[in-house]
Design a protein around this ligand. Structure first.
Ligand SMILES: *Cc1c(COP(=O)(O)O)cnc(C)c1O
Length: 233
């Protein structure tokens, strides 16, 4: 079932790429395994999936350790949940990527806490593209300054931008919001930042995200099914 779902999601990504005139393979699939157990990750891994996203630090670290102990090789773990600055250490120690850097303090701590024997932590700056006042993410007009400061930290490697817009009523309005993230991504590259990752699109809106230039879609329920336990605050 997980393997069939993965194939169906890959087919959606390929079709969206074809419609956008983008090369097949230009969009990476991140399987969001939050709330699902290590066995679900193992099944996806057996079907060839290697990149997994987790939202909650403790749950994520437990899965990382279980699957390491089970000998599953080559998994890339992405932290995609909101990060408090007092919870950065386990993330710096156990994850490969963090998509949700939205303040310099969090980035500085991740850089200081990244173990020297590991490669630099790959990070995206999270941008609040639809302007909700209570949402995580830096405002677009502050993104350049934060991105430049993050790029200068020794143990981080800035890879791009990430956004989680509100669900849009239709394809065109979804594209309009994702398009703002894409325009910002291009503008930061004009400033010399060399970003290669635009993390946007989920189960319900990945087509609009791919049409708008996403290079990485984060997909949970379309792969693993409905999530059953509520998200901890
Ligand atoms: C849960 C989550 C996803 C996956 O959402 P689905 O709708 O299940 O695909 C993607 N990104 C983030 C940041 C999430 O928290």
């Amino acid at each position: 079932m997980i393997s069939a779902n993965l194939q169906a999601v890959q087919a959606r990504i390929e079709l969206a790429c074809a419609r956008a005139g983008r090369p097949k393979g230009s969009v990476q699939l991140l399987a969001v395994s939050k709330t699902f157990d290590a066995e679900a990750v193992r099944q996806a891994w057996s079907a060839g999936q290697r990149a997994f996203g987790e939202n909650y630090v403790q749950e994520g670290v437990e899965k990382v350790q279980q699957l390491l102990a089970a000998g599953l090789a080559g998994i890339e773990w992405h932290c995609i949940g909101p990060l408090q600055s007092n919870k950065t250490r386990p993330v710096a120690e156990h994850f490969d990527w963090v998509h949700t850097v939205d303040r310099l303090k969090v980035a500085q701590r991740l850089s200081e806490q990244r173990p020297p024997e590991l490669p630099p932590l790959q990070v995206c700056v999270q941008v609040n593209v639809d302007g909700g006042p209570n949402k995580s993410g830096v405002l677009p007009e502050q993104a350049l300054e934060l991105a430049q400061a993050v790029a200068a930290l020794p143990r981080l490697r800035l890879r791009g931008l990430m956004c989680i817009p509100e669900p849009a009523p239709d394809f065109a309005s979804a594209c309009a919001v994702f398009g703002r993230a894409r325009a910002l991504f291009d503008a930061l590259n004009v400033q010399g930042l060399a970003l290669d990752t635009l993390s946007m699109g989920m189960s319900d809106d990945l087509e609009a995200a791919v049409a708008s230039g996403s290079t990485l879609v984060r997909v949970g329920s379309a792969i693993f099914g409905t999530r059953h336990y509520p998200a901890p605050a």
